[in-house]
Design a protein around this ligand. Sequence first.
Ligand SMILES: Cc1cc2nc3c(=O)[nH]c(=O)nc-3n(C[C@H](O)[C@H](O)[C@H](O)COP(=O)(O)O)c2cc1C
Length: 360
Amino acid sequence: VTNLVNEGSLATASAPPLDSSIKDFVDGGAEYERTLRENRSAFEDIRFSPRVLVDVSVIDTSTTILGVGVAAPIFTAPTGSHRLLHPQGELATAAGTATAGLGYIASTASSISLEEIATVAGPARWFQLYCFRERDVTGDLVRRATAAGYTALVVTVDAPVLGLRLRDLHNQFNPTELVRWVNLDPYGVSRLPDDTSGAAISRYFVDQIDASLTIDDLAWLCSFGLPVIVKGINRADDAAAVCDAGVAGVYVSNHGGRQLDRTVASLHALPRVVEAVAGRVPVIVDGGVRDGGDVAAACALGAAVAAVGRPVLWAATGGATGVADHLSELCGQLRRSMALLGAPSINELTPDLIMSKEPR
Ligand SMILES: Cc1cc2nc3c(=O)[nH]c(=O)nc-3n(C[C@H](O)[C@H](O)[C@H](O)COP(=O)(O)O)c2cc1C
Protein backbone atom coordinates (compact mmCIF):
# COMPACT_ATOMS: atom_id res chain seq x y z
CA VAL A 1 0.00 0.00 0.00
CA THR A 2 2.82 2.37 0.89
CA ASN A 3 4.38 1.67 -2.48
CA LEU A 4 1.11 2.47 -4.21
CA VAL A 5 0.92 5.80 -2.46
CA ASN A 6 4.55 6.76 -2.89
CA GLU A 7 5.34 5.50 -6.33
CA GLY A 8 2.01 6.24 -7.95
CA SER A 9 2.17 3.76 -10.76
CA LEU A 10 0.68 0.44 -11.67
CA ALA A 11 4.22 -0.70 -12.31
CA THR A 12 4.71 -0.90 -8.53
CA ALA A 13 1.55 -2.85 -7.71
CA SER A 14 2.30 -6.21 -6.18
CA ALA A 15 -0.39 -8.19 -8.04
CA PRO A 16 0.29 -10.31 -11.16
CA PRO A 17 2.00 -8.46 -13.95
CA LEU A 18 -0.35 -6.56 -16.21
CA ASP A 19 -0.05 -5.95 -19.88
CA SER A 20 1.91 -2.73 -20.40
CA SER A 21 -0.83 -1.30 -22.62
CA ILE A 22 -3.29 -1.64 -19.70
CA LYS A 23 -0.82 0.16 -17.43
CA ASP A 24 -0.52 2.90 -20.01
CA PHE A 25 -4.31 3.15 -20.38
CA VAL A 26 -4.66 3.67 -16.62
CA ASP A 27 -1.60 5.77 -15.90
CA GLY A 28 -1.61 7.91 -19.04
CA GLY A 29 -2.94 11.36 -19.79
CA ALA A 30 -3.63 13.44 -22.88
CA GLU A 31 -0.99 14.81 -25.24
CA TYR A 32 2.24 15.63 -23.36
CA GLU A 33 0.66 14.92 -19.97
CA ARG A 34 1.30 18.38 -18.56
CA THR A 35 -2.01 18.45 -16.69
CA LEU A 36 -1.47 14.90 -15.44
CA ARG A 37 1.85 15.99 -13.90
CA GLU A 38 0.58 19.32 -12.61
CA ASN A 39 -2.40 17.71 -10.83
CA ARG A 40 0.28 16.10 -8.69
CA SER A 41 2.73 18.99 -8.43
CA ALA A 42 -0.09 21.25 -7.21
CA PHE A 43 -0.53 18.94 -4.22
CA GLU A 44 3.24 18.54 -3.82
CA ASP A 45 3.53 22.32 -3.52
CA ILE A 46 1.06 22.57 -0.65
CA ARG A 47 2.58 23.57 2.65
CA PHE A 48 0.62 23.51 5.90
CA SER A 49 0.58 26.00 8.72
CA PRO A 50 -0.62 23.72 11.56
CA ARG A 51 -2.44 24.83 14.70
CA VAL A 52 -1.13 23.60 18.06
CA LEU A 53 -2.58 23.37 21.57
CA VAL A 54 -5.85 22.12 20.15
CA ASP A 55 -7.57 19.13 21.78
CA VAL A 56 -7.06 16.41 19.19
CA SER A 57 -7.65 13.47 21.52
CA VAL A 58 -10.72 12.62 19.45
CA ILE A 59 -10.57 12.94 15.67
CA ASP A 60 -13.71 12.63 13.58
CA THR A 61 -13.06 12.14 9.86
CA SER A 62 -16.71 11.46 9.07
CA THR A 63 -18.88 13.75 7.02
CA THR A 64 -22.25 13.92 5.28
CA ILE A 65 -22.65 14.57 1.59
CA LEU A 66 -26.05 15.06 -0.05
CA GLY A 67 -27.63 13.68 3.10
CA VAL A 68 -25.59 10.45 3.25
CA GLY A 69 -22.91 9.80 5.88
CA VAL A 70 -19.43 8.52 4.95
CA ALA A 71 -16.43 7.59 7.11
CA ALA A 72 -14.31 10.28 5.47
CA PRO A 73 -14.69 12.85 2.66
CA ILE A 74 -13.23 10.42 0.13
CA PHE A 75 -14.96 8.85 -2.87
CA THR A 76 -13.84 6.42 -5.53
CA ALA A 77 -13.91 8.49 -8.74
CA PRO A 78 -15.73 7.03 -11.76
CA THR A 79 -13.36 5.03 -13.95
CA GLY A 80 -14.37 2.46 -16.55
CA SER A 81 -13.34 -1.11 -17.43
CA HIS A 82 -12.25 -2.36 -14.01
CA ARG A 83 -12.16 -5.95 -15.24
CA LEU A 84 -8.96 -4.99 -17.02
CA LEU A 85 -7.41 -4.97 -13.53
CA HIS A 86 -9.18 -7.82 -11.75
CA PRO A 87 -11.67 -10.52 -12.82
CA GLN A 88 -14.24 -9.18 -10.34
CA GLY A 89 -13.87 -5.69 -11.76
CA GLU A 90 -16.26 -3.14 -10.30
CA LEU A 91 -17.64 -5.71 -7.84
CA ALA A 92 -14.20 -5.62 -6.18
CA THR A 93 -13.77 -1.85 -6.27
CA ALA A 94 -17.32 -1.12 -5.09
CA ALA A 95 -17.20 -3.72 -2.29
CA GLY A 96 -13.75 -2.54 -1.19
CA THR A 97 -14.94 1.07 -1.11
CA ALA A 98 -18.00 0.07 0.92
CA THR A 99 -15.82 -1.83 3.42
CA ALA A 100 -13.83 1.37 3.96
CA GLY A 101 -17.13 3.22 4.55
CA LEU A 102 -16.61 5.57 1.61
CA GLY A 103 -18.58 6.66 -1.44
CA TYR A 104 -18.47 5.03 -4.88
CA ILE A 105 -19.16 6.53 -8.28
CA ALA A 106 -19.98 3.87 -10.87
CA SER A 107 -18.92 4.72 -14.44
CA THR A 108 -21.17 4.46 -17.47
CA ALA A 109 -18.23 2.52 -18.96
CA SER A 110 -18.22 -0.11 -16.19
CA SER A 111 -17.39 -3.69 -17.07
CA ILE A 112 -19.98 -4.94 -14.53
CA SER A 113 -23.57 -3.73 -14.82
CA LEU A 114 -24.71 -0.82 -12.69
CA GLU A 115 -27.41 -3.09 -11.21
CA GLU A 116 -24.84 -5.67 -10.05
CA ILE A 117 -22.52 -2.99 -8.68
CA ALA A 118 -25.44 -1.64 -6.63
CA THR A 119 -25.74 -4.98 -4.82
CA VAL A 120 -22.31 -4.51 -3.20
CA ALA A 121 -21.90 -0.70 -3.08
CA GLY A 122 -22.44 1.20 0.18
CA PRO A 123 -25.16 3.78 0.77
CA ALA A 124 -23.14 6.62 -0.79
CA ARG A 125 -23.35 5.44 -4.39
CA TRP A 126 -23.56 7.75 -7.37
CA PHE A 127 -23.85 6.95 -11.07
CA GLN A 128 -21.59 8.73 -13.58
CA LEU A 129 -23.45 9.49 -16.77
CA TYR A 130 -22.10 10.08 -20.25
CA CYS A 131 -24.81 11.72 -22.35
CA PHE A 132 -25.45 9.78 -25.54
CA ARG A 133 -26.57 11.36 -28.77
CA GLU A 134 -29.51 8.98 -28.55
CA ARG A 135 -31.59 10.60 -25.82
CA ASP A 136 -33.44 7.34 -25.13
CA VAL A 137 -30.15 5.67 -24.17
CA THR A 138 -29.27 8.49 -21.77
CA GLY A 139 -32.76 8.53 -20.30
CA ASP A 140 -32.83 4.76 -19.86
CA LEU A 141 -29.46 4.80 -18.06
CA VAL A 142 -30.85 7.42 -15.65
CA ARG A 143 -34.01 5.38 -15.10
CA ARG A 144 -31.94 2.24 -14.39
CA ALA A 145 -29.60 4.11 -12.01
CA THR A 146 -32.60 5.43 -10.10
CA ALA A 147 -34.19 1.97 -9.89
CA ALA A 148 -30.90 0.48 -8.65
CA GLY A 149 -30.77 2.94 -5.75
CA TYR A 150 -28.03 5.31 -6.86
CA THR A 151 -28.49 8.54 -4.94
CA ALA A 152 -27.01 11.05 -7.42
CA LEU A 153 -26.09 11.43 -11.07
CA VAL A 154 -22.59 12.62 -11.89
CA VAL A 155 -22.84 14.06 -15.40
CA THR A 156 -19.44 14.25 -17.08
CA VAL A 157 -19.18 17.35 -19.27
CA ASP A 158 -15.47 17.54 -20.08
CA ALA A 159 -15.53 14.86 -22.77
CA PRO A 160 -17.62 16.02 -25.75
CA VAL A 161 -14.81 14.42 -27.74
CA LEU A 162 -12.00 12.26 -26.42
CA GLY A 163 -8.64 13.77 -25.46
CA LEU A 164 -5.62 12.77 -27.52
CA ARG A 165 -4.15 9.88 -25.57
CA LEU A 166 -0.84 9.23 -27.24
CA ARG A 167 0.04 6.14 -25.20
CA ASP A 168 -3.18 4.38 -26.28
CA LEU A 169 -2.61 5.35 -29.91
CA HIS A 170 0.94 4.05 -29.74
CA ASN A 171 -0.24 0.79 -28.14
CA GLN A 172 -3.25 0.50 -30.52
CA PHE A 173 -5.26 -0.05 -27.35
CA ASN A 174 -8.93 -1.05 -27.48
CA PRO A 175 -10.27 -1.91 -23.99
CA THR A 176 -13.42 -3.53 -25.29
CA GLU A 177 -11.34 -6.20 -26.99
CA LEU A 178 -10.78 -7.35 -23.39
CA VAL A 179 -13.95 -6.25 -21.54
CA ARG A 180 -17.45 -5.05 -22.47
CA TRP A 181 -19.09 -1.85 -21.30
CA VAL A 182 -22.01 -3.99 -20.23
CA ASN A 183 -24.30 -1.13 -19.14
CA LEU A 184 -24.66 -0.43 -22.83
CA ASP A 185 -25.53 -3.99 -23.89
CA PRO A 186 -29.28 -3.25 -24.17
CA TYR A 187 -28.58 -0.51 -26.70
CA GLY A 188 -26.08 -2.48 -28.83
CA VAL A 189 -23.18 -0.10 -28.10
CA SER A 190 -21.15 -1.96 -25.48
CA ARG A 191 -18.20 -2.56 -27.82
CA LEU A 192 -15.87 -0.09 -29.44
CA PRO A 193 -15.55 0.01 -33.21
CA ASP A 194 -13.07 -2.46 -34.69
CA ASP A 195 -10.23 -0.04 -35.03
CA THR A 196 -6.67 -1.22 -34.77
CA SER A 197 -5.21 2.28 -34.97
CA GLY A 198 -5.72 2.86 -31.24
CA ALA A 199 -8.39 5.45 -31.98
CA ALA A 200 -11.30 3.15 -31.10
CA ILE A 201 -12.44 5.03 -27.96
CA SER A 202 -12.10 8.30 -29.79
CA ARG A 203 -14.27 7.06 -32.68
CA TYR A 204 -16.82 5.71 -30.21
CA PHE A 205 -17.14 9.15 -28.62
CA VAL A 206 -17.65 10.79 -32.00
CA ASP A 207 -20.31 8.23 -32.93
CA GLN A 208 -22.15 7.94 -29.61
CA ILE A 209 -21.56 10.88 -27.27
CA ASP A 210 -23.65 14.04 -27.51
CA ALA A 211 -21.17 16.82 -28.29
CA SER A 212 -24.05 19.30 -28.54
CA LEU A 213 -24.84 19.19 -24.79
CA THR A 214 -25.25 22.65 -23.24
CA ILE A 215 -26.33 24.15 -19.96
CA ASP A 216 -29.93 24.13 -21.23
CA ASP A 217 -29.88 20.31 -21.14
CA LEU A 218 -29.22 20.27 -17.39
CA ALA A 219 -32.90 20.98 -16.73
CA TRP A 220 -33.80 17.80 -18.64
CA LEU A 221 -31.26 15.77 -16.64
CA CYS A 222 -32.52 17.27 -13.35
CA SER A 223 -36.12 16.45 -14.33
CA PHE A 224 -35.53 12.72 -13.73
CA GLY A 225 -35.46 13.48 -10.00
CA LEU A 226 -31.96 12.40 -8.91
CA PRO A 227 -29.64 15.15 -7.65
CA VAL A 228 -27.32 16.11 -10.54
CA ILE A 229 -23.61 16.80 -9.99
CA VAL A 230 -21.71 18.26 -12.94
CA LYS A 231 -18.20 16.76 -13.36
CA GLY A 232 -15.50 18.59 -15.24
CA ILE A 233 -15.90 22.18 -14.03
CA ASN A 234 -12.78 24.36 -13.88
CA ARG A 235 -14.04 27.93 -14.17
CA ALA A 236 -15.89 30.25 -11.79
CA ASP A 237 -18.41 31.33 -14.45
CA ASP A 238 -19.29 27.73 -15.36
CA ALA A 239 -19.60 26.85 -11.67
CA ALA A 240 -21.98 29.75 -11.05
CA ALA A 241 -24.00 28.94 -14.18
CA VAL A 242 -24.57 25.29 -13.29
CA CYS A 243 -25.59 26.30 -9.77
CA ASP A 244 -28.10 28.72 -11.29
CA ALA A 245 -29.36 25.82 -13.44
CA GLY A 246 -30.27 23.92 -10.28
CA VAL A 247 -27.59 21.26 -9.90
CA ALA A 248 -26.92 19.62 -6.54
CA GLY A 249 -23.13 19.57 -6.75
CA VAL A 250 -20.15 20.92 -8.68
CA TYR A 251 -17.28 18.54 -9.41
CA VAL A 252 -13.90 20.13 -10.22
CA SER A 253 -12.01 17.78 -12.49
CA ASN A 254 -9.86 17.65 -15.61
CA HIS A 255 -10.54 13.92 -16.04
CA GLY A 256 -7.18 13.10 -14.46
CA GLY A 257 -5.38 14.99 -17.23
CA ARG A 258 -6.88 12.72 -19.89
CA GLN A 259 -8.88 15.31 -21.83
CA LEU A 260 -7.46 18.80 -22.57
CA ASP A 261 -3.75 18.93 -21.83
CA ARG A 262 -2.69 22.28 -20.28
CA THR A 263 -5.98 22.44 -18.32
CA VAL A 264 -5.22 24.05 -14.99
CA ALA A 265 -4.44 21.63 -12.14
CA SER A 266 -7.58 20.68 -10.23
CA LEU A 267 -6.25 21.97 -6.92
CA HIS A 268 -5.57 25.37 -8.49
CA ALA A 269 -9.05 25.51 -10.07
CA LEU A 270 -10.70 24.58 -6.77
CA PRO A 271 -10.56 27.90 -4.81
CA ARG A 272 -12.12 29.99 -7.59
CA VAL A 273 -14.90 27.42 -8.06
CA VAL A 274 -15.53 27.30 -4.32
CA GLU A 275 -15.78 31.08 -4.27
CA ALA A 276 -18.25 31.13 -7.18
CA VAL A 277 -20.40 28.36 -5.69
CA ALA A 278 -20.49 30.34 -2.42
CA GLY A 279 -21.80 27.45 -0.34
CA ARG A 280 -24.89 26.84 -2.48
CA VAL A 281 -23.95 23.20 -3.20
CA PRO A 282 -21.08 20.89 -2.24
CA VAL A 283 -17.90 20.98 -4.33
CA ILE A 284 -16.15 17.71 -5.19
CA VAL A 285 -12.60 17.60 -6.55
CA ASP A 286 -10.39 14.97 -8.16
CA GLY A 287 -7.06 14.83 -9.93
CA GLY A 288 -3.84 13.83 -8.18
CA VAL A 289 -5.29 13.02 -4.75
CA ARG A 290 -2.92 10.38 -3.41
CA ASP A 291 -2.57 10.60 0.37
CA GLY A 292 -4.37 11.79 3.48
CA GLY A 293 -2.56 15.13 3.43
CA ASP A 294 -3.90 15.72 -0.10
CA VAL A 295 -7.44 15.06 1.15
CA ALA A 296 -6.90 17.45 4.08
CA ALA A 297 -5.57 20.12 1.70
CA ALA A 298 -8.51 19.73 -0.70
CA CYS A 299 -10.99 20.03 2.18
CA ALA A 300 -9.14 23.03 3.63
CA LEU A 301 -9.51 24.73 0.25
CA GLY A 302 -13.25 24.15 0.29
CA ALA A 303 -13.89 20.70 -1.16
CA ALA A 304 -16.64 18.67 0.50
CA VAL A 305 -15.21 15.47 -1.00
CA ALA A 306 -11.93 14.49 -2.64
CA ALA A 307 -12.24 11.66 -5.15
CA VAL A 308 -9.53 9.18 -6.05
CA GLY A 309 -9.18 7.68 -9.53
CA ARG A 310 -6.04 5.76 -10.47
CA PRO A 311 -4.99 4.64 -6.96
CA VAL A 312 -8.20 2.62 -6.65
CA LEU A 313 -7.38 0.95 -9.97
CA TRP A 314 -3.83 0.16 -8.85
CA ALA A 315 -5.24 -1.27 -5.61
CA ALA A 316 -7.90 -3.22 -7.54
CA THR A 317 -5.24 -5.63 -8.72
CA GLY A 318 -5.53 -6.95 -5.14
CA GLY A 319 -9.31 -7.35 -5.43
CA ALA A 320 -11.84 -6.01 -2.91
CA THR A 321 -9.37 -6.49 -0.05
CA GLY A 322 -6.70 -4.52 -1.87
CA VAL A 323 -9.11 -1.65 -2.43
CA ALA A 324 -10.45 -1.70 1.15
CA ASP A 325 -6.91 -1.79 2.60
CA HIS A 326 -5.74 1.03 0.41
CA LEU A 327 -8.70 3.30 1.14
CA SER A 328 -8.57 2.51 4.87
CA GLU A 329 -4.90 3.48 4.83
CA LEU A 330 -5.90 6.74 3.14
CA CYS A 331 -8.47 7.39 5.91
CA GLY A 332 -5.79 6.65 8.54
CA GLN A 333 -3.46 9.15 6.90
CA LEU A 334 -6.23 11.75 6.89
CA ARG A 335 -6.87 11.11 10.59
CA ARG A 336 -3.18 11.58 11.42
CA SER A 337 -2.97 14.73 9.27
CA MET A 338 -6.02 16.20 11.02
CA ALA A 339 -4.48 15.52 14.46
CA LEU A 340 -1.22 17.16 13.44
CA LEU A 341 -3.04 20.08 11.78
CA GLY A 342 -5.05 20.82 14.93
CA ALA A 343 -8.29 20.14 13.06
CA PRO A 344 -10.22 17.43 14.92
CA SER A 345 -13.23 17.52 12.60
CA ILE A 346 -13.68 18.00 8.86
CA ASN A 347 -15.22 21.46 9.18
CA GLU A 348 -12.12 22.60 11.07
CA LEU A 349 -10.08 22.04 7.89
CA THR A 350 -10.01 25.70 6.83
CA PRO A 351 -8.02 27.75 4.26
CA ASP A 352 -5.78 29.37 6.90
CA LEU A 353 -4.07 25.96 7.31
CA ILE A 354 -2.65 26.22 3.79
CA MET A 355 0.43 28.13 2.70
CA SER A 356 0.85 27.23 -0.97
CA LYS A 357 3.99 27.76 -2.92
CA GLU A 358 3.19 29.82 -6.00
CA PRO A 359 1.74 27.71 -8.86
CA ARG A 360 4.48 26.69 -11.30
C1 LIG B 1 -8.61 4.49 -16.52
C2 LIG B 1 -9.50 5.68 -16.29
C3 LIG B 1 -10.81 5.63 -16.73
C4 LIG B 1 -11.65 6.72 -16.51
N1 LIG B 1 -12.97 6.62 -16.90
C5 LIG B 1 -13.81 7.65 -16.61
C6 LIG B 1 -15.18 7.53 -16.92
O1 LIG B 1 -15.65 6.51 -17.41
N2 LIG B 1 -15.99 8.59 -16.63
C7 LIG B 1 -15.51 9.75 -16.06
O2 LIG B 1 -16.27 10.70 -15.82
N3 LIG B 1 -14.20 9.87 -15.73
C8 LIG B 1 -13.35 8.85 -15.98
N4 LIG B 1 -12.04 8.96 -15.62
C9 LIG B 1 -11.58 10.16 -14.88
C10 LIG B 1 -11.75 9.96 -13.36
O3 LIG B 1 -13.10 10.01 -12.98
C11 LIG B 1 -11.04 11.06 -12.55
O4 LIG B 1 -11.48 12.33 -13.01
C12 LIG B 1 -9.53 11.00 -12.56
O5 LIG B 1 -9.06 9.68 -12.68
C13 LIG B 1 -9.01 11.63 -11.28
O6 LIG B 1 -7.63 11.76 -11.28
P1 LIG B 1 -6.63 10.72 -10.55
O7 LIG B 1 -6.64 9.48 -11.37
O8 LIG B 1 -5.35 11.47 -10.60
O9 LIG B 1 -7.11 10.48 -9.14
C14 LIG B 1 -11.16 7.89 -15.85
C15 LIG B 1 -9.84 7.92 -15.41
C16 LIG B 1 -9.01 6.83 -15.61
C17 LIG B 1 -7.60 6.89 -15.08
